[in-house]
Design a protein around this ligand. Structure first.
Ligand SMILES: [Zn+2]
Ligand SMILES: [Zn+2]
Length: 342
């Protein structure tokens, strides 16, 4: 049975499975417009996901061939994976923020060898042990990267502007942090059940009811800019809180109402986490050593290889934030660089 849920007011959702992932599903939203349905995200590029999406659209009383457009919240494969296939079948446009479109372009152009060499150098600089870096060096000769030929978008989502959705008011809210070009989409129409607040917010991975999104460094072999993704994320959270939507329609888990309450929880969570890290940084630590000591959903010894790479990136994003706030500093002359509370 295809699953489609009616949220009222010409908005439905389809649960599209993510293979072998504890997140389970991406919620793909189907927004009716005068020119046909427009999707917010599409789901993972996988045959079972495609079947769920197409069956879900049928359950919504439409079909993938009728899709007029795809609005992508961010470039991650559980959101953008099927966009190319939807466009092929329907001729739909695909819209994305320029910063994430740049990542898509780079992913399509970067040779795998260059990418693995970049990651190996980055992890070595973060203090990763040889056994973690060695597999990346060994993979340098690989010809393709899994999941790294995403579809190029053909429209740009411009922050603050209304999208071209005939008969609807959907405004792009730029919310960098989880990715540099993440956007939330604010449906500026009264809530169909007249819940108090201002319209509804498609929040992508930015604001989720029970989990915090991963915030790591933006990986870019061609750009040496010292970015502050956690700072970006916290600013974006406040921006979304100020919108005060009546209801949030996230890309995972479930719909929820109290956006500002959830924003406050997340801001408090990150403040607590930064304070906890400062306690760890009473002794100088490399990003890798900090990641080993941080609190995760399981002990470090049980965290698998790929998740360790992500964890180190998250540790680095927190260090960036602390350095920027003047609460931590690099130890002069340390190699790999260690950080200590200021
Ligand atoms: Zn994501
Ligand atoms: Zn996601």
């Amino acid at each position: 049975m295809a699953e489609a849920f009616d949220h009222g007011g010409g908005v439905r959702s389809v649960r599209v499975p993510i293979p072998d992932n504890p997140l389970g599903h991406t919620l793909v939203y189907v927004v009716d417009t005068d020119r046909g349905p427009v999707l917010v995200d599409t789901g993972w590029d996988d045959p079972a996901a495609w079947d769920a999406l197409t069956a879900g659209l049928t359950a919504c009383g439409t079909s993938v061939g009728e899709v007029a457009g795809v609005v992508v919240t961010h470039h991650h494969p559980d959101h953008h994976g099927l966009s190319g296939q939807v466009r092929e079948v329907s001729g739909a446009w695909v819209a994305m923020h320029a910063a994430d479109a740049a990542i898509v372009r780079r992913a399509r152009e970067t040779r795998p060898g260059r990418w693995y060499a970049y990651m190996a150098a980055k992890l070595t600089a973060a203090g990763a042990p040889e056994e973690h870096v060695a597999p990346l060096r060994a993979a340098r000769g690989r010809r393709t990267l899994p999941g790294l030929s995403p579809a190029l978008p053909d429209r740009e989502i411009v922050p603050g502007e209304l999208l071209d959705l005939p008969g609807r008011r959907l405004r792009a809210i730029w919310t960098p942090g989880h990715t540099p070009g993440h956007v939330c989409l604010h449906l500026e129409e009264e809530h169909p059940a007249h819940l108090p607040g201002r319209g509804r917010l498609f929040s992508g991975d930015h604001l989720l009811p029970e989990i915090t999104p991963h915030i790591g460094l933006y990986e870019d072999p061609d750009d040496a800019t010292v970015t502050d993704p956690l700072g970006d994320y916290l600013d974006s959270l406040e921006r979304v809180g100020r919108l005060a939507p009546a209801e949030v329609l996230p890309a995972h888990q479930h719909v929820f109402a109290d956006a500002s309450g959830r924003v406050r929880e997340l801001l408090a969570h990150h403040e607590e986490r930064l304070t906890g890290l400062l306690a760890l940084l009473r002794e100088p630590l490399t990003p890798w050593q900090l990641a080993e000591r941080m609190e995760w959903n399981r002990p470090w010894s049980q965290i698998p290889y790929g998740s360790r790479t992500i964890a180190v990136s998250e540790a680095e994003a927190h260090l960036r934030r602390l350095v920027k706030l003047g609460r931590a500093e690099p130890v002069t002359g340390s190699e790999p660089v260690a950080y200590v509370a200021a």
